[in-house]
Design a protein around this ligand. Structure first.
Ligand code: NDP
Length: 433
């Protein structure tokens, strides 16, 4: 559509989705009269706002904040908050759109939303992050609530930022803790939320492997990113016998032929908010490359992109194929460009799309909401057990839909079809709204 010409990421996500659900549309001519597709691609509401704050030099800074409340058919809007300089309305809309279907796949009562700001937390002091975050929440709090819209973290928003947001929300509203998820545990957070996206990704990958009688034992795993998702994906993959040979950040990538030492990574990235390059100072066997991880020839079996959207282009996808990658499972949202996905499919790779494979984070966020409502706390083991069941079920939905439409292990189309069928039914039940 001409109106959205400049919203490239949003158009990309919608186009991928529409292509995948074509066989469902053919089966249901009545969807056209009901304008199902027109309605499903138009957000219920977009809130965009000014975020003024004062930096450590006493200078006033202004950022732009967003919350896209895309679809509430399944429950309160649910989706993370991203702080990154690249944030714009197109990226917010693509993420919120994908979130509708991802959340539906979890089987939990949550609608789709996403938010964020074009604020760059890199190089900012704790005090500056707090000033910014409090200003962001001062405006956002008017539009969210435990039964309306429950944000969580995403790129640039971890426990520290959620803690500051939650503190500011409580200062302005005398309300229960259910308004944000990913909270620090003492503030009402759930066990296992921090780990959930990365662990869930590996549980999904295991299902992909089991389906073709393979296991993770001894497999070489490339992971990009070194944030929350990448770190916990690496941890679980190693626990289950995989050899994680790479990690990266937006400056460059590290490669260690015999496997990365995660304790060192934790010290650098999580304890000190450092750069992944510092890793080579501690491990003399490791190499560091500037630029994208995907520009390097690394022999491996599995690729787990866990950094950001469109990080793998067509040429890089071909390189992965040439280097022996058989499985791709996405921790990030839409990390593979449309043409890269085409390369995976043409070469018969097993491909787990982010919408399904990274749903573990939002699933445990929904479990955090349940615990907050009931005013009780589940143990780490209880949460992990539920996460495993949910990821297994998501895989099954994608597989079953792929089989039902004779798509030969096309989990991407399967996930889109399964969740679209469910949302379309709900739309019809709810009448024209
Ligand atoms: P973090 O902020 O913890 O980590 C992001 C990582 O990706 C960092 O290593 C960062 O490097 C790198 N990165 C970010 N932007 C870019 C870029 N433009 N180019 C190259 N590298 C980049 O975020 P998360 O781990 O939480 O999120 C990673 C991905 O997973 C995102 O796509 C997110 O939407 C998705 N996701 C996250 C969930 C969660 O629960 N947190 C849930 C589901 C999906 P640098 O430090 O240099 O910026």
């Amino acid at each position: 559509s001409k109106t959205f010409e400049h919203e490239t990421e949003f158009l990309q996500a919608v186009k991928n989705f529409l292509d995948a659900i074509e066989p469902v549309i053919e089966k249901h001519p009545e969807y056209e009269d009901l304008a199902i597709l027109e309605r499903i691609t138009e957000p219920e509401r977009i809130i965009s706002f000014r975020v003024p704050w004062v930096d450590d030099q006493g200078k006033v800074q202004v950022n732009r904040g967003y919350r896209v409340q895309f679809n509430s058919l399944n429950g309160p809007y649910k989706g993370g908050i991203r702080f990154h300089p690249s944030v714009n309305q197109s990226i917010m809309k693509f993420l919120a759109f994908e979130q509708i279907f991802k959340n539906d796949l979890t089987g939990l009562p949550i609608g789709g939303g996403k938010g964020g700001a074009d604020f760059d937390p890199k190089g900012k002091s704790d005090n500056e992050v707090m000033n910014f975050t409090q200003s962001f929440m001062t405006e956002l709090q008017k539009y969210i609530g435990a039964d309306e819209d429950v944000p969580a973290g995403d790129i640039g928003v971890g426990a520290r930022e959620i803690g500051y947001m939650f503190g500011q929300y409580k200062r302005l509203n005398a309300k229960t803790p259910g308004v944000l998820t990913g909270k620090p545990i003492p503030a009402g957070g759930s066990q296992g939320r921090t780990e959930a996206t990365g662990y869930g990704l590996i549980y999904f990958l295991l299902e992909m492997l089991i389906e073709v009688n393979e296991s993770l034992e001894g497999k070489r795993v490339m992971i990009s990113g070194s944030g929350n998702v990448a770190y916990f994906a690496a941890k679980k993959a190693m626990e289950l016998g995989g050899v994680v040979v790479s990690l990266s950040d937006s400056d460059g990538a590290i490669y260690a032929q015999n496997g990365i030492d995660l304790d060192t990574v934790k010290q650098i990235k999580i304890d000190n908010r450092g750069r992944i390059k510092e890793y080579i100072d501690a491990d003399s066997d490791a190499e560091y490359f500037e630029g994208s991880l995907w520009d390097h020839d690394i022999k491996a079996d599995i690729a787990l992109p866990c950094a950001t959207q469109n990080e793998i282009n067509e040429e890089q996808a071909q390189r992965l194929v040439d280097n022996g990658i058989k499985f791709v499972a996405e921790g990030a949202n839409m990390p593979s460009h449309t043409n890269a996905v085409k390369v995976f499919k043409e070469n018969k790779l097993y491909y787990g799309p982010g919408k399904a494979a990274n749903a573990g984070g939002v699933a445990v966020s929904a479990l955090e909401m349940s615990q907050n409502s009931q005013r009780l706390r589940w143990t780490t083991e209880e949460v992990d057990e539920k996460l495993k069941v949910i990821m297994k079920d998501i895989f099954k939905q994608a597989l079953d839909a792929s089989n039902a439409y004779d798509l030969d292990h096309d989990y991407a189309a399967g996930a889109d079809i399964a969740s679209f069928e469910s949302i379309a039914k709900l739309m019809i039940m709810n009448g024209v709204v």
